[in-house]
Ligand binder design. Structure first.
Ligand code: CP
Length: 308
């Protein structure tokens, strides 16, 4: 069964196929109202459960719209409204859902919930974000980079700030798509060694550079993310802000990188904190294309999961 759990667990040829299909499906819809169906309806007759144990704007909307464009139907569920949030086991929930739906997307806290859901479900399961990884976001980011600048293989990605769950999936992608990765941030917030080791083992150059201005030299992509993620304690906010302030992406940092670099952020952003508005709204920013491409990339992911 084709679960889409993490980028490092998915065959590189399959990942490439999904990105190419995402490009093609986006092209085929150019100029159409969002609510009109695609020409092909590969999810006709399919029911998809979208489960959220954390808040979401982009993931929720892009999966819901994507299923509908492909002719399927969705049920959007909050973990708290389900028995899952009141003591029913993940294994039992997975078995029950498999009797009603053809595909499950889940956003949850601990990745063990995702992996247990996949173990016991009889239908494919997609990772819509856990505390450790966010693979759907990075599929959209790769599609976005390639539509602006061409193939990502051999390019240099610079991650600024907190080595969080989105950073982890970027490192997985570095290994699978063949690009290099530099992390610039405080040592307390380095990405887990396991993620860096994966990319290195696949042949990617992975570096840590504490000086943000040195790190961005020759960058093709500069990425920022929120300084306090959904899984971080709000009580750590001031301490994290103090540590991360030298890593803000601003006009000076973008100038140090050069015109070839694009700026990415998975959103939601905190304007004036991890990135300035002048960069978010500036000529090198591709943030709203990233948000749009969640739709197209995930449509390709769902087709791959269902063999449709
Ligand atoms: N980037 C992202 O996953 O956005 P949401 O949290 O709004 O889904």
């Amino acid at each position: 069964m084709n679960h889409f759990l993490d980028i490092h667990k998915t065959d590189p040829a399959d990942l490439r196929g999904m990105i190419d299909q995402a490009h093609a499906m986006k092209q085929a819809r150019q100029g159409r109202p969002k609510g009109t169906p695609d020409d092909e309806l590969p999810l006709a007759g399919r029911m998809v459960a979208l489960i959220f144990e954390k808040p979401s704007t982009r993931t929720r909307l892009s999966f819901d719209v994507g299923v509908r464009q492909m002719g399927g139907q969705t049920m959007v569920l909050s973990g708290n409204d389900m028995q899952l949030g009141h003591g029913e086991t993940i294994a039992d929930t997975a078995r029950v859902l498999s009797r009603y739906v053809d595909l499950i997307m889940i956003r949850t806290f601990d990745e063990s919930v995702l992996y247990e859901m996949a173990e016991y479900a009889d239908v494919p399961v997609i990772n819509g974000l856990t505390d450790r990884t966010h693979p759907c976001q990075i599929m959209a980011d790769i599609q976005t980079y390639e539509e602006h600048r061409g193939p990502i293989a051999g390019k240099k990605v610079v991650w600024t700030g907190d080595g969080n769950n989105v950073c982890a999936s970027f490192l997985h992608a570095a290994g699978q798509f063949g690009f290099d990765f530099t992390f610039t941030g405080p040592p307390q917030l380095d990405p887990e060694t396991e993620f860096m080791d994966f990319a290195r083992a696949k042949g990617s150059k992975v570096e840590i550079e504490r000086d943000a201005f040195k790190a961005v030299q020759g960058a093709d992509i500069i990425v920022a993310d929120t300084w306090v993620s959904m899984h971080d304690a709000q009580s750590s906010r001031e301490r994290r802000h103090n540590m991360l302030r030298p890593y803000q992406v601003n006009d000076a940092l973008m100038a140090a990188a050069g015109d070839q670099a694009v700026f990415m952020h998975c959103l939601p952003a905190h304007r004036g904190e991890e990135v300035t508005s002048s960069v978010m709204d500036g000529p090198q920013s591709v943030i709203f294309d990233e948000a749009e491409n969640r739709l197209h990339a995930q449509k390709a992911v769902m087709r791959w999961c269902l063999g449709a």
